[in-house]
Design a protein around this ligand. Structure first.
Ligand code: PMP
Length: 360
């Protein structure tokens, strides 16, 4: 078997142990004589899977009982639209903090259906920093405040949930959910596409304070309503059962690693050593403000951008794959989610040092 070190931004690496566990159970899962993909989402056997996944996620993130956990489809992009129509009525305004590509997309989608107040826009900081809290123009009457806790493309992370008073805090946590402990009770709603730090694409995880599931917009079709999904236990229609099952295996794996405290320590170490190497070299650079550098996505550029393709090609040859930066920004990006072991970062650092020796 030849597994590579996969630095993909998403769909991203999944722990090998989890892949092997799924593989072993594929033809005859749990004595059913079928794979988990071939059984009803309403069967007793799948009920065990769905409940265990929710239980383990609640335990990992210490999610209070006053929050519902939903396992939906549609990706984070669908939540860009569902958040405003579920959490704000037509006459309410909503606050958005703009820190990069994903918050721009979330804001544009919300603006199509609700009145949006942009509290601050990091454009003047070239999306390399987050505008200072005291410069934000927040609306105390806003139905909610939305921000992107980790900008996957720019590598800009907001490490602590901001204080926005009593306005419910909503965050797109797609690329840093489960990367460390967080205080869920600070949030009104958290959403995340699964394909980075949770499991396979196709599943979207939502954690929402139950009191926000009120019928503020009774005209919503059930399939678009968080309240209806919560009431139906995320089984209003057929959920993405295999992705849900796989995510459950990832949650159990995370528990075996020591939970989010342990993951946070490893993630901090992985990103610290990568930034230290970049900062210590004249050949590599990362311009994100230190306070907001992402633990999950580390973009960097080469002093000689004409070598970008060669860097990626040689890295690939050494089993270091998917290091090309997002097409909108170029350069390189190492996504180092939970399933990317520290050893992968160590091997990458050796490769980077050697590449610099030859080309710097
Ligand atoms: N938000 C963030 C922060 C992301 O990184 C992504 C995907 N890269 C999205 C939203 C969009 O996710 P999806 O493709 O699941 O809709």
């Amino acid at each position: 078997m030849s597994r590579v070190f996969n630095f993909s931004a998403g769909p991203a690496a999944i722990p090998l142990e989890v892949l092997e566990e799924a593989q072993a159970g594929l033809p005859d899962w749990s004595g059913t004589g079928m794979s988990v993909m071939e059984i009803s989402h309403r069967s007793k056997a799948f009920g065990v899977v769905s409940e265990a996944a929710e239980h383990d996620l609640r335990e990992l993130m210490s999610i209070p009982d006053s929050y519902a956990v939903l396992f939906l489809q549609g990706g984070a992009t669908q939540q860009f639209a569902l958040v405003p129509i579920n959490l704000a009525s037509a006459d309410q305004s909503v606050d958005y903090l703009i820190t990069g590509s994903w918050s721009i997309k979330a804001e544009k989608t919300a603006a199509a259906v609700r009145s949006v107040n942009i509290v601050a826009d990091a454009a003047r900081l070239s999306y390399m920093d987050v505008p200072a809290r005291d410069s934000w123009d927040c609306d105390p009457q806003a139905a909610y405040f939305h921000y992107t806790s980790n900008e996957t493309i720019g590598g800009v992370e907001i490490h602590e949930p901001p204080d926005v008073g009593s306005v419910p805090l909503v965050t797109d946590m797609s690329s840093n959910i489960l990367s460390r402990p967080i205080d869920v009770s600070r949030f009104g709603l958290i959403y995340a596409g699964a394909q980075k730090n949770v499991g396979p694409a196709g599943l979207t995880v939502l954690i929402v304070r139950r009191d926000l599931l009120r019928e503020s917009v009774p005209e919503l079709p059930a399939i678009l309503s968080y309240g209806a999904h919560a009431e139906a236990g995320s089984m209003l229609n057929t959920p993405p059962t295999f992705a849900w099952y796989m995510s459950g295996l990832v949650f159990a794996w995370l528990k075996r690693q020591g939970g989010l405290e342990a993951m946070g320590n490893v993630n901090r170490r992985k990103s610290d050593k990568l930034y230290a190497a970049i900062d210590g070299s004249d050949f590599y650079s990362n311009s994100v403000a230190r306070l907001h550098r992402s633990w999950m996505n580390v973009p960097f550029t080469l002093a000689r951008p004409e070598l970008d393709d060669e860097f990626c090609a040689q890295a690939d040859q050494q089993g270091l794959t998917n290091l090309k930066g997002h097409r909108s920004v170029g350069g390189m990006r190492a996504s180092i989610y939970n399933a990317v072991p520290e050893q992968a970062v160590d091997v990458l650092l050796e490769f980077m040092a050697e590449f610099e020796r030859r080309h710097g």
